[in-house]
Design a protein around this ligand. Structure first.
Ligand code: ADP
Length: 584
């Protein structure tokens, strides 16, 4: 959001700057053009004043010269005088059209209005010049002709005088304009120049301010980043969790905190660091092949003890390079407590099973007792060796049966460890089912096993704990069936354990027809101390520990009510089959 606003402001500023630059350029060009136009106006005015006056003066001068010649010719009728007069008249004649035809005449407004009058005088002058081409004519008419011509041309003198006067008044007006221009030589251009200069200064100031602001922002950002980085480092150093940043390609460790150092307890150059990061990467790889994820692992320290670690591995950008970030907590103590609780819960359920186990043991013992008595009797009666041997074999068989029972109890009572191994899911399920089989028989509950998995389907985890999880589900199902049967009677109680492989997962479902889970506890079924059983029977820890076991195996456990009872579903990743097994 801020970013797009910033972009918009930057775009807006750019647009304003561009517009201002264009405006300044336009003002500058306009200024130059106004200067040029004022300049040309002034030169034009000067030209007008000069030229318009000049041509009228010239004409008047010629007029005066021509009339003076006429007067001279009137007193001296010499042939040379005629020629000079003719020349003067021709010159005057040539000057008259200039007053209205030339470029200069165009400059003076109203000058062309005199054209008809001037043309009359032109014709008259043409007549005089023609007459002077025949000097004999003047011998007859004498000097009076020139006197008459002089009188005839006087109106031309007055006409020229008028032209001159209008030229003078025009020039005066023009001079006034020029004076005005001189008084305000370049007000508009100056204003324009001032405006463009001001705009340019404003642009420069705005740009400077923007650069300054950006610089401040960048510096503030850098400072914030630095303080954030140092705070982050302080948090990393202070956190009780182990934090390790390492390069996944070179396995080089880039950063560790004191908690990580306390766990590995070796200098950074020690190969133990690589051993830890490598093990973490192996554990973090999930069944979809994603290299990042949550981690539950153990790490054997060089001192010989084993630490339990739980956390996650993720990708992080460290100083601009993608690195792996391993954050794990040393859960050894929690784990130890968890194992203790598991053990306590197990022993509690074992105590609960004690009657059933004792009953189960009683049977081979009773058979042994009977077989021993029979064997003694046979020996006393001197019976044959084969008969006694048969009794001994029977005793041996019952001892094996009793041993199987005590083995199962011992196996079940063993303190769980934290060592994950790969194990056959089918074998573990069979052991768990075998452990409760006698109790089911005694309770009259049918136990159906549908294991659609071959014995070589392997999973990863702590086998005893997994067996305990299944025993726990089976004991709960048994309890539900017993309670339901007591309350309602009806359909014969039965529990179905169904195991199958789905893709790279193993699904185990435990279904019963024990009436289902009480709806009020369903939402927090897997939380510790959730129980509906009386205090001497239930701890409320079984399902919460089951969830821990499944989670440690990278799987999930869920519960749902069916039409007649409950279904518990365990979903755990299966280990990829070894190459040799796949080839078979
Ligand atoms: P506990 O068995 O000690 O009570 P659990 O965590 O194993 O502790 O079980 C919690 C509760 O879940 C039981 O008290 C019971 O109410 C309910 N529950 C578990 N399994 C079933 C089942 N199969 N059918 C009905 N209720 C069940």
């Amino acid at each position: 959001m801020n970013l797009s606003f910033d972009k918009l402001t930057t775009r807006g500023m750019r647009f304003v700057s561009a517009a201002m630059v264009v405006t300044t350029i336009v003002f500058f060009v306009a200024t130059v053009m106004v200067y040029n136009s004022t300049d040309s106006q002034r030169s034009m005015l000067a030209k007008k004043i000069h030229n318009s006056g000049w041509i009228v003066y010239q004409a008047q001068l010629e007029f005066l010269k021509a009339t003076s010649r006429l007067r001279l010719a009137a007193v001296s009728s010499h042939a040379d005088e005629f020629e000079a007069l003719k020349l003067r008249l021709e010159l005057l004649r040539s000057r008259l059209p200039i007053l209205y035809e030339s470029d200069e005449a165009d400059l003076l407004p109203g000058l062309t209005g005199y054209k008809p009058d001037l043309q009359i005088f032109e014709q008259r002058l043409d007549g005089m010049i023609d007459a002077l081409s025949h000097p004999d004519l003047f011998e007859v008419s004498g000097a009076d002709v020139f006197h008459e011509w002089d009188i005839e041309l006087q109106p031309l003198g007055r006409l020229l005088q008028r032209v001159l006067l209008s030229s003078v008044s025009y020039n005066e007006a023009t001079a006034q304009i020029e004076a005005q221009l001189d008084a305000n030589p370049a007000r508009i251009p100056l204003l324009l120049l001032f405006a463009s200069g001001t705009i340019l200064v404003l642009i420069l100031l705005a740009t400077e301010r923007r650069v300054q602001m950006r610089l401040t922002q960048v510096m503030q950002g850098q400072a914030a980043l630095q303080s954030m980085e140092s705070s982050l480092l302080a948090v990393i150093q202070a956190t009780p969790a182990c934090v390790i940043v390492f390069d996944p390609a070179s396995e080089q460790v880039r950063l560790i905190n004191p908690a990580a150092l306390a766990v590995v307890d070796a200098p950074l150059s020690d190969p133990d660091w690589k051993r830890l990061t490598r093990a973490a990467r192996e554990v973090a790889v999930d069944t979809n092949g994603n290299p990042w994820g949550s981690i539950t692992m153990t790490f054997s320290r060089r001192q010989g003890d084993v630490v339990s670690l739980r956390g996650s591995l993720c990708e992080v950008l460290w100083h601009g390079t993608p690195q792996a970030l391993l954050v794990v907590a040393d859960t050894s103590r929690i784990r130890h407590a968890e194992l203790q609780v598991m053990q306590a819960a197990k022993l509690a359920s074992l105590g609960e099973m004690a009657t059933a186990i004792a009953h189960e043991l009683n049977q081979p013992l009773a058979v042994i007792k009977m077989a021993t008595a029979n064997a003694a009797r046979l020996l006393q009666s001197g019976a044959g060796h084969e008969l006694v041997q048969a009794k001994l074999d029977r005793i041996q068989g019952q001892v094996d049966r009793a041993k199987r029972i005590t083995d199962q109890v011992r196996r079940y009572a063993r303190m769980p460890t934290d060592h994950s191994t790969s194990f056959s899911i089918r074998a573990a399920l069979e052991l768990a089912a075998g452990f409760v089989a006698e109790q089911y028989r005694a309770a009259g509950i049918q136990l159906l096993l549908r294991f659609n998995v071959s014995p070589d389907v392997m999973v990863m985890g702590e086998q005893i704990m997994f067996e305990q999880l299944i025993v726990n589900l089976l004991v709960n199902a048994r309890d539900a069936c017993e309670t339901h049967a007591l309350a309602q009677g009806g359909a014969p109680p039965r529990v179905l354990v169904h195991c199958r492989v789905e893709g790279d997962h193993v699904i185990i479902e435990v279904d019963d027809n024990g009436g289902g889970i009480a709806p009020d506890i369903l939402p927090h079924l897997f939380e510790a101390f959730t129980t509906t059983k009386p205090a001497d029977k239930g701890t409320g820890l079984g399902l919460s520990l089951s969830r821990t076991v499944v989670r440690d195996m990278g799987g999930t456990i869920s519960a749902a009510n069916l039409a007649e009872g409950a279904r518990f579903t365990v979903d755990i990743p299966r280990l990829a089959a070894p190459v040799s097994a796949m080839a078979e």
